[in-house]
Design a protein around this ligand. Sequence first.
Ligand code: GRF
Length: 195
Amino acid sequence: MKALGLGILGSGKGSNCRAILEGIRAGTLPARARVVISDVFDAPILEIAREFSVPNAYLPPGQFRTRLEPNVEAELVRMLREADVDLVALAGFMRVLKSTTLEAFPRRIINIHPSLLPKFPGLEAWKQALAAGETVTGCTVHYVDEKIDHGDIIAQREVPVLPDDSAESLHARIQIAEHELYPAAIAQLCAECSG
Ligand code: GRF
């Protein structure tokens, strides 16, 4: 049986990418990492891809700040197809994908977000949860649609907000949960695809 081909897009640190690649290496995630692509030239996520010998590329995003230029987005789709990607996993990718990519990979693009969606979409969701006085927050893996941090939910994990939490300590605890949840959710999708 053909393993699910994974494409990972990220703009930064890449800790979720690392967790996914470690899951694949450990054999708990029955997927093949086909390519890692970043819109940031020196993003650590590209270094992580190289560490795991996964093909990787910097994709210059063009003139916009929050999305890719249309011709760049077409190039992204071409790269993902050429790499034989079945499922696209966003891992800290800081640009909104438009219809070019969404239509090329219908219900095949997923994201992880550091809150219990639909609560606290947008930036620094852990700070939003703290400011709102939540006692529980968490992380969500969801399908990507045309809205930001929106789309059908695949899996969620709760994380308690502790009385003495700072933004940093809460974020760190949510990231630990993310690193378990994201590979597990992708493994679940792999099982559904092959089953
Ligand atoms: C994660 O917290 C994820 O929820 C959000 O972006 C962050 C990426 O972190 N979408 P990393 O680059 O995987 O460390």
